[in-house]
Design a protein around this ligand. Structure first.
Ligand code: AVI
Length: 343
């Protein structure tokens, strides 16, 4: 259901010779089996789809880094501006909920934005422990080793695993109030219905008075949005096509990636920015035991990056057990970080 960066670990295929057959039987690890099942399920459905959470293998991570630095892709720069320029306001809003807390970050990555906040909280003697959650053990090992050096005095408890499992673990570890960060407009990679279900589930893991800080990309000039997902350098295109490459590499599939085109769309009415890959020819692709047929011009739905109005950000909070407290913007008002309290 939910879409998160860093949720996909490396998977390993075990090729074993089946003694009764001439062809090898492909034994898959459980992570790889669910990747395979999701891919086949998605490509057998109508319309065809692939899940954007699978974008982030090593190649996809590198492309996403490139994307974040490219001139058209504004969301990362906007949120970084908020965290670097409005640090004190954010810090004070979080401290105002009571001074003893666990600061939990979902999908912490390199914690670049949150480091501004951590520094401020330390300098203002807030009593808190930072609990980054990430599916990548490397990310958690890196943060646990480096943060106490760059931010002396910081208490860090890294949690490696799925968001909700790790939230349960954090509750078992301490009954301090929780402040959860969910940055990067990752919530936009869910449909509004999926985002609502995700927030409800998150609310179920919190107590009244706990806080949530969410990064959300806002509706703006449609051309600005579309350009961010259709950069001239073709990074977004490669980012999408890479998922076909990943399926080839990890599932031994036969996609000819040059036979697919990237097609981004933005609907200013709904705020849904969607990416598709379009098959340029009639073709059949072998994936494990399955053969998937693509008609010329048939599309695979790859990703949604939902954009919100301010009213919608309040609505989604109110509908899912949270009360909006305050919000912060970059100068252009292209992006917002909202603070909500669990009711
Ligand atoms: C990670 N996520 C918030 C990005 C977004 O903007 O939806 C992923 C992305 N897809 C294409 N460009 C960036």
């Amino acid at each position: 259901m939910a879409v998160y960066r860093h949720q996909i670990g490396e998977v390993k295929t075990l090729y074993m010779k089946n003694t009764n057959q001439a062809t090898p039987t492909i034994m898959r690890s459980s992570k790889e089996a669910s990747f395979y099942d999701d891919v086949i399920g998605g490509l057998r459905s109508s319309p065809k789809r692939l899940h954007s959470k699978y974008f982030y293998d090593a190649v996809g991570d590198k492309l996403f880094q490139e994307l974040m630095n490219c001139s058209e892709y504004y969301p990362t720069r906007c949120e970084l501006e908020i965290f670097s320029e409005k640090t004190a306001n954010i810090g004070q809003a979080l401290i105002a909920g009571g001074d003893d807390f666990d600061l939990i970050e979902l999908g912490a990555g390199n914690a670049m934005k949150s480091t501004f906040l951590l520094k401020y909280l330390l300098e203002h003697k807030a009593d808190f422990t930072y609990l980054p959650i990430d599916i990548s053990a490397n990310v958690i090992a890196y943060l646990s080793a480096t943060l106490p050096q760059t931010l002396p005095g910081l208490q860090v408890t890294g949690l490696n695993g799925e968001y909700f499992d790790m939230l349960e673990k954090s509750s078992a570890m301490s009954n301090k109030r929780k402040v959860v960060l969910f940055l990067g407009s990752n919530i936009g990679n869910m449909s509004i219905i999926e985002a609502g279900a995700f927030l409800k589930r998150l609310r179920d893991h919190l107590n009244p008075g706990d806080m949530l800080l969410v990064g959300m990309d806002l509706k703006k000039n449609p051309k600005t949005i579309l350009a961010a997902y259709n950069d001239k350098g073709g990074i977004t295109k490669r980012f999408n096509i890479n998922l076909l490459g990943r399926i080839n590499r990890e599932l031994g599939a036969g996609f000819i990636t040059t036979q697919f085109e990237h097609y981004p769309t933005y609907d200013p009415e709904t705020g849904a920015c969607k990416s598709y890959l379009v098959s340029m020819v009639d073709q059949q692709v072998r994936i494990g035991d399955e053969t998937i047929r693509f008609l010329k011009d048939e599309c695979i739905f790859m990703e949604i990056s939902q954009k919100f109005t301010i009213a919608q950000t309040d609505q989604i909070a109110n509908n899912n057990g949270f009360k909006p407290v305050t919000r912060f913007f970059d100068q252009k008002k292209w992006f917002t970080d909202v603070i909500w309290v669990a009711e």
